[in-house]
Design a protein. Structure first.
Ligand code: GRF
Length: 208
């Protein structure tokens, strides 16, 4: 059986990429290969992670994003993981990979998502809102921003002492768990099962 080739699209430190690399190597993601890492920034540490694991890697930003479809075809990509990628995907990529593009967002969508909600801004908004829960959402990418159907959510409690920074740190660990769960369903062809019945994982009580 041929492996399910993933492209992981990043722009920063690549801890979500590392979580997927680790899950592939320790068997939690069978039949899966990270065939390509695409960064929207040349200085992203995630590129170093790819190099360390012998994974093909390339910088694709606004200036050459029109080349993305050809690059994905060349690497026989079957699924795309957005892990912080900061360039909007061309509509022809979204339609060519419909139902096979997963994004990881550091909040409980649909709250605190959409234009302008990325990075520390998300957690600042959660803290300012006074919400007592936050977490991470893995969802299918559609033509909107953070608007595709939810697949998996990891939920944790926001403590009174939490700051945007401390919340970001806790949520990032949840992202790693949630993302691997969603990718497992993608590789097994079970995305529709999750779309119809999204998985929720409680992450409190020392799970982290
Ligand atoms: C994560 O917070 C993710 O939710 C967001 O971008 C960040 C990527 O972090 N989409 P990393 O590069 O995977 O560490």
């Amino acid at each position: 059986m041929s492996l399910f080739n993933l492209a992981v699209l990043i722009s920063g430190s690549g801890t979500n990429l590392q979580a997927v690399i680790d899950a592939v190597s320790d068997g939690r993601l069978p039949n899966t290969k990270i065939a390509l890492v695409v960064s929207s920034r040349s200085g992203a540490y995630g590129i170093e992670r790819a190099k360390k694991h012998g994974i093909a890697n390339i910088v694709v930003d606004r200036s050459n994003v029109d080349k993305l479809p050809e690059i994905l075809r060349f690497h026989n990509i079957k699924g795309i993981i957005l892990a912080g990628y900061l360039t909007i995907l061309p509509p022809d990529v979204v339609s060519a990979y419909e139902g096979k593009i997963i994004n990881i967002h550091p909040a409980l969508l649909p709250k605190f998502g959409g234009k302008g909600f990325y990075g520390i801004k998300v957690h600042q908004a959660v803290i300012e809102s006074g919400d007592k829960q936050s977490g991470a959402t893995a969802h299918i990418v559609d033509c909107g921003i953070d608007t595709g159907p939810t697949l998996v959510q990891g939920i944790l409690s926001v403590q009174n002492k939490d700051t945007a920074e401390s919340l970001q740190k806790k949520v990032l660990e949840v992202e790693h768990i949630v993302l691997v769960e969603a990718i497992r369903a993608l590789v097994k062809g079970e995305i529709d099962i999750l779309i119809n019945n999204p998985k929720t994982i409680r992450m409190d009580k020392g799970d982290l």
